[in-house]
Design a protein around this ligand. Sequence first.
Ligand code: ATP
Ligand code: PRP
Length: 213
Amino acid sequence: MITLALSKGRIFDETLPLLAAAGIEVTEDPDKSRKLILATTRPDVRVVLVRASDVPTYVQYGGADLGVTGLDVLLEGGGQGLYQPLDLQIAACRLSVAVRADYDYASAVKQGSRLTVATKYVNLSRNFFASKGVHVDLIKLYGSMELAPLTGLADAIVDLVSTGNTLKANHLVEVERIMDISARLVVNQAALKLKQAPIRRILDAFASALPQS
Ligand code: ATP
Ligand code: PRP
């Protein structure tokens, strides 16, 4: 049995075409049931639904053989011991710094002010601001980062941006682009050895379904 860990939502939705290229169709709709283990048209392949930030943990400890997870999750601290063979080029977005439209970020940085930054990505943010020589106090949040500058909780946020609609709707502006993000295939190292042939078939099918980069 090959177990693939996915998170509900964009990762699940955007992985389906890649699975189709590997001849695998998920036979249950995660939005219509509370099931966490989903069967596929291949009796030897199943999908488990976990939280996005738990995908690397499931794969690392063998709860799943393979998984699809954002580069943001891997770099923030979830990538240890995982084989990361493919950039799947899905769930594309960027990690950025944003502030209220009326906040002068450039001047604050220039003057060497200490910034309060709210984010789910404390490790990535610490490294980014340290590399710029900007002093920051980090506040860890688990979601709705955009609210922090609006309520006075923070001067800035570090969050994912795709269309920019969420920032716009909350009168925030993007002031720095930290890095581009996309989803990666991650593989358990032991599974890669023990289940080499079926995993290799899935990897090859995914790779050939990707646009050439
Ligand atoms: P958790 O439930 O663990 O808090 P989450 O709610 O952030 O995770 P999703 O919103 O499904 O989970 O995001 C999963 C991944 O999709 C992220 O790790 C990121 O790589 C990518 N992603 C997040 N937001 C966007 C977006 N707006 N556009 C494109 N990709 C995104
Ligand atoms: C992500 C991110 C932003 C939004 C950006 O949230 O945290 O809030 O997407 O996308 P946009 O630039 O296209 O508006 P998501 O939709 O995943 O919600 P959640 O993380 O709060 O579940």
